[in-house]
Design a protein around this ligand. Structure first.
Ligand SMILES: [Ca+2]
Length: 473
C-alpha cells in the first residue's frame, strides 16, 4: 500500500508544487498596498460629494470597485486600528475604551492572537509601513515582534511580493487648506441635522478641502507605484479608520461616524471578480474583513479566530446579515453605545441615555458650539435640537427612507419583528464577544488616569481645556 499512497500523494501535490515554482519564477503573487487615512467619510466625488475635487481616488474607483456599505467597528482611532491589525472586534482585544493612560495598564493580546501581518510574512511577503505618518494606536500592549519590518518605501517595493500599509494623516484635524482646490463654504451641502450657520459651513468646508489635499497626496503615491512599474502588479485597497471629525461624525455610531469609503483595485492579471467601476452594496465590516482578505490574497493561512470574510476575489465569501459597532469611553468621556447594522436598518442601544450627544460627542467641534448657542435660544428645529436632548434607550432607523437616522421607529408596530431580531443579534454578539464594555472601569484608577491624560496634554503644550473646547483626538 505504501508505494501506492506515496505515488498518489506525489500526483496530488505535483500541480501545487508546479504552481509554487511558477510563483517563484515569475512572481505572480500580487503586491498589496493598503492605504489607510485618518477620519474620513463618504466624501469623495465618486461617492457623490459634489463640492470636492478628488480625481485620483475617483479614477481608482473607476478602475476598480467602490463599496457603499463598508463600516468601521467603532467611531474613533484606537478601537478601530486595534481591530484592523487583529481582525477582531475592539472589545475582543481590550481596545473598546480609548485610551489607556497610566496607572491603567494595557493588556497583552489574548493567547494565540497575532497582528495579521505575521501571517502575511509567514507566506513569504515583505511587510512594511513606509509612510511618514505611522499610527499604531492600539489599546493592547504592543507585541514584542514588530508588526511591520520595513520603513522605507524604496526598500520595500524592491522586495516583491510585498505588503504595504501606507497611512495618511489627512483629513484628521486640524484641517489643512488646499490652495489648488479650495472649497467654497457657501456651496457646501448640509445634512438635515446640521444648522445653516457660518461655523457649520466653515468646519464642513475646511474638512472637505483637506479631502482635496488628501486626494493629491494619494495621487502622488500612486504615481510612485506607476513609475516603479508596479501598478499592474499591485492590489490597492483604500479606506479610512473612522468617520470625519465634523458634526455627528467621529465618536458617533450613526452612519457618518462609522461608514468608510472603501475602494479596491485589482490589476487585470489577478482576475478581479468585479467589472471596472463596480459599485458593491454588500456589507463589509472593515475591522473584521480586511485582515483575512489580505492574508488570503497573500496565500497565507487565516487563523480560525478571525471571523471576518474574504470580501473580494475569486474566493470571496458571503456577506453577513449584520455587522456591529461599539462606542465606549473616549478619553475622559464615559459612554457605552452598541449598534447593529443590516443592509437597510440600524439599531442602537444607549446605555447612558440621559447623556446628550452634545455631552458625549464632539462638543469640541465648531459646529456643535455654534449650534449649542442656537439651541439655547430655541432656534433649532427638531432634527437639529435632538443633539442637545437626552437620547432614547433604543433607536431603530429605516435607512431606505431615513438615511440620516432622524426618525426613531423603535415604537413602530410594523417593525416589531425587525426590532426583535436586531435586539437578539446584539445580545448574541455581546455574549459571543464576551463584551467587556459590560464592566465598569475602576473609578479610582480612572481618576488617576485622567490626571495622566491632562499632564500629557500640558506637556504637549495644549492650553487647559474647558468643556466647550477641543479635546484630544
Ligand atoms: Ca481616526
Amino acid at each position: 500500500m505504501k508505494p501506492t499512497l506515496a505515488l498518489l500523494a506525489a500526483l496530488l501535490l505535483a500541480p501545487l508544487a508546479a504552481l509554487h515554482a511558477a510563483d517563484a519564477a515569475t512572481n505572480t503573487r500580487p503586491n498589496i498596498l493598503w492605504i489607510l487615512v485618518d477620519d474620513i467619510g463618504l466624501d469623495l466625488g465618486c461617492y457623490g460629494r459634489k463640492e470636492v475635487h478628488t480625481p485620483n481616488l475617483d479614477r481608482l474607483a473607476a478602475e476598480g470597485a467602490r463599496y457603499t456599505r463598508a463600516f468601521t467597528p467603532a467611531s474613533v482611532c484606537s478601537p478601530c486600528r486595534s481591530s484592523f491589525i487583529t481582525g477582531l472586534y475592539p472589545n475582543q482585544v481590550f481596545s473598546h475604551n480609548m485610551r489607556i493612560y497610566a496607572p491603567m495598564v494595557k493588556h497583552a493580546l489574548p493567547n494565540g492572537v497575532e497582528c495579521f501581518t505575521k501571517y502575511i510574512r509567514d507566506a513569504g511577503y515583505a511587510v512594511g509601513m513606509p509612510s511618514k505618518y505611522q499610527k499604531t494606536d492600539w489599546g493592547f500592549e504592543t507585541p514584542k515582534a514588530p508588526a511591520f519590518d520595513i520603513k522605507n518605501w524604496d526598500e520595500l517595493i524592491k522586495k516583491e511580493p510585498f505588503f504595504c500599509e501606507y497611512q495618511f494623516a489627512a483629513p484628521h484635524r486640524p484641517f489643512l487648506p488646499c490652495k489648488e482646490h479650495p472649497v467654497d463654504r457657501s456651496k457646501v451641502q448640509l445634512a438635515p441635522f446640521e444648522a445653516d450657520l457660518p461655523e457649520v459651513r466653515e468646519e464642513l468646508g475646511a474638512y472637505l478641502e483637506y479631502v482635496n489635499l488628501l486626494d493629491m497626496q494619494v495621487g502622488k503615491l500612486i504615481d510612485q507605484l506607476k513609475s516603479a512599474g508596479l501598478y499592474e502588479k499591485t492590489i490597492i485597497v483604500f479606506t479610512g479608520d473612522n468617520g470625519p471629525a465634523i458634526h455627528r461624525g467621529k465618536c458617533f455610531l450613526y452612519d457618518r461616524g462609522i461608514e468608510a469609503p472603501l475602494i479596491v483595485r485589482v490589476p487585470a492579471a489577478f482576475k478581479p471578480d468585479f467589472k471596472p467601476g463596480a459599485v458593491i452594496e454588500e456589507l463589509v465590516a472593515t475591522g473584521l474583513d480586511l485582515a483575512p482578505t489580505f492574508v488570503h490574497w497573500a496565500g497565507g493561512k487565516t487563523p480560525d479566530y478571525m471571523k471576518g470574510r474574504v470580501f473580494f476575489g475569486p474566493d470571496k465569501q458571503l456577506a453577513p446579515e449584520y455587522i456591529f459597532a461599539l462606542r465606549d469611553r473616549h478619553d475622559a468621556e464615559i459612554d457605552r453605545i452598541r449598534s447593529v447594522r443590516s443592509k437597510d436598518f440600524k439599531y442602537l442601544r444607549n446605555y447612558f441615555p440621559e447623556k446628550t450627544y452634545d455631552e458625549i460627542g464632539m462638543n469640541n467641534v465648531l459646529a456643535a458650539r455654534a449650534m449649542r448657542a442656537a439651541f439655547k435660544q430655541g432656534k433649532l428645529p427638531r432634527d437639529q435640537a435632538a443633539y442637545f436632548q437626552p437620547k432614547a434607550k433604543e433607536e431603530l432607523y429605516d435607512l431606505k427612507t431615513d438615511p440620516f437616522e432622524l426618525r426613531n421607529l423603535v415604537d413602530d408596530p410594523a417593525l416589531s419583528g425587525t426590532l426583535q431580531k436586531m435586539r437578539a443579534a446584539l445580545d448574541q454578539w455581546i455574549k459571543e464577544t464576551n463584551d467587556e464594555g459590560r464592566l465598569q472601569e475602576d473609578p479610582k484608577l480612572l481618576e488617576e488616569s485622567f490626571k495622566t491624560l491632562l499632564k500629557t496634554r500640558e506637556d504637549r503644550g495644549d492650553k487647559p481645556k474647558k468643556k466647550s473646547e477641543e479635546k484630544d483626538q
